[in-house]
Design a protein around this ligand. Structure first.
Ligand SMILES: [Zn+2]
Length: 389
């Protein structure tokens, strides 16, 4: 161990100047830029797998992907990879069209949906300039009230009122949630629904989310902690995902499920650790500079004074990733091997399959309190807890 890592040549191209460490191997920056190529290669291979998995006919169809952008490090790297791929495919005539739409959900509820001079719009303008080969869209969180992938009758606090200001209504709803964890949970679900609803509407070929290995490990444990362990294999793996849509709620009656569709959800950066993404960004300053210093830039829905379970898990995994990266990767790999039990009923809020036999097991005593009299169980334990405190 006395020998410095720097004295060994790059594992990949044998260059002698190999200042970086990548999964324990020395890695160069020049002349071949092996570090950058490694990260981009990992993402590129996942996009290749997505193209193969979603190919429905012998004739290659256009690939229309919708990707979520939070302005954080991972989703910025994903945008960069999509921009590169789109540029590459447009230069080859034989390639089917590759048309990514990158969508940011503006979670700042201190302004309404039609305001244009906002932080989110200003940031997006910079991304537009930097990535000319992808399209961008900014959608305000209040638009979630129009999505059909949530059964709004199961969220009584959000029902239509005379004063039809959606932003106000949503802000009051978030204020009414009892804990930071609940707010963060519902916010994450709403962002996901906005992306899914747009994906189904156009329709797109697949939805891409920018989670790194580290973020997926953290999401796994926070979902287990909040009682959605049953649905974790559906959420963490790449692959098709069943999305239900619901009719409008009319008065006191429950909304009817109107359709079911399959939408593939993929995580192109699932094999890259968060610290690898950070170093990658340091190697490309023009990319790093795009990311706002406070990458929780948008939004005052969730106060940053207190930590939600999600954030606690996130910080924990950021901390252990360096020395114990094998464990972090294992959380995701093991979750990936868990069976996706095909359920026939889905939670009307988060959309995850319901563990019908196991719901009371998760819920324990709380489940008995929340028993819906004469109603089918519509919500998973995690969602019940988030909206009821
Ligand atoms: Zn749920």
């Amino acid at each position: 161990m006395a020998e410095s890592q720097y004295s060994r040549p790059c594992k990949r191209c044998k260059a002698t100047d190999a200042p970086y460490r990548l999964r324990n191997d020395p890695t160069c920056r020049s002349p071949r830029n092996c570090y950058v190529e490694y990260v981009e290669g990992k993402a590129g291979r996942r996009l290749g797998a997505l193209a193969r998995d979603t190919r429905t006919s012998a004739k290659p169809a256009p690939r229309k992907y919708i990707a979520g952008l939070s302005f954080g490090p991972s989703s910025t790297v994903m945008t960069h990879v999509l921009d590169d791929s789109a540029k590459f495919h447009s230069s080859r005539r034989s390639s089917p069209a590759f048309e990514p739409l990158v969508m940011h959900v503006d979670t700042d509820l201190s302004h309404s949906a039609d305001e244009e001079d906002t932080l989110a719009h200003r940031l997006l303008a910079k991304y537009r300039e930097r990535f000319p080969n992808v399209s961008f869209e900014c959608v305000h969180l209040s638009k979630v009230l129009g999505v059909r992938t949530v059964d709004w009758s199961s969220l009584p606090g959000l029902e239509e009122e005379e004063d039809g200001n959606d932003t106000e209504r949503l802000r009051r709803f978030f204020d009414s949630l009892s804990s930071v964890t609940s707010k963060a949970d519902i916010l994450r679900l709403f962002i996901r629904h906005l992306l899914l609803d747009t994906a189904l509407d156009k329709p797109y070929t697949a939805l891409l989310l920018g989670h790194s290995t580290t973020a997926l490990a953290s999401l796994t444990l926070s979902e287990v902690a909040s009682g959605r362990g049953y649905a974790v294999p559906w959420q963490i793996n790449d692959g098709p995902y069943t999305v239900c849509t619901y009719g409008p709620s009319s008065g006191a009656s429950e909304s009817k499920e109107t359709s079911r569709a399959e939408m593939p959800i993929y995580y192109p950066l699932r094999e890259v650790f968060r610290n690898e993404i950070m170093l990658y960004l340091n190697l490309i300053p023009s990319l790093r500079e795009l990311i706002p210093a406070d990458s929780a830039a948008a939004g005052n829905v969730v106060s940053h004074k207190n930590l939600s379970i999600e954030e606690v898990m996130g910080r924990y995994f950021d901390g252990v990733e360096g020395p114990y990266s094998g464990i972090v990767a294992n959380v995701v790999r093991t979750t990936g091997k868990l069976e996706r039990v095909a359920g026939d009923s889905f939670c009307h809020i988060c959309g995850m399959p319901l563990d019908e036999q196991g719901d009371s097991r998760w819920a324990g005593e709380l489940g008995d309190d929340l028993e819906e009299h004469g109603h089918r169980v519509r919500l998973c334990y995690g969602c019940k807890r988030s909206i009821s405190g």
